[in-house]
Unconditional design. Structure first.
Length: 129
């Protein structure tokens, strides 16, 4: 249903992600809005690691609602508010995914809707129909 693509004539990925992911015919595709690190009760954990775990838990809930799971993710776009948040985010991401890795982008941004948020994660998932 998907195939990881890593071009042999460019530098290899810096971490656990693929250069690209090819979604094959007969797939359903889900585009998940960005998820912040807020819990169902509205609380926001301290620190990037805890917020990234909560973001991925929120992503997993959206995927479950569509009959999918984290293993169906083909692309991750993540945003952090400072360079020091990159490693904790990547540690969480790397603990959740195995080969073939999804395509992934990580950007540093100036902020989110509320100052306590330090990470936001959006995904694209695909599964066989």
């Amino acid at each position: 249903m998907t195939r990881a693509i890593n071009a042999p004539d460019i530098a290899p990925p810096f971490s656990n992600y693929s250069h690209g992911v090819l979604v094959l015919d007969d797939a359903e595709i889900l585009f998940c809005s960005g998820q912040l690190g807020n819990a169902p009760d509205g609380s926001v954990p301290e620190g990037c690691k805890a917020q990234a775990e909560r973001c991925f838990a929120n992503v997993a809930a959206v995927l479950r609602a569509a009959g999918m799971g984290l293993g169906d993710i083909v692309r991750i776009n993540a945003y952090v508010t400072a360079r020091e948040h990159m490693a904790p985010y990547m540690d969480v991401r790397n603990s959740l995914f195995a080969e073939p890795y999804p395509a992934s982008t990580l950007m540093i941004v100036s902020g989110f809707s509320r100052p306590e948020f330090v990470v936001e994660i959006e995904v694209v998932a695909a599964r066989k129909r």
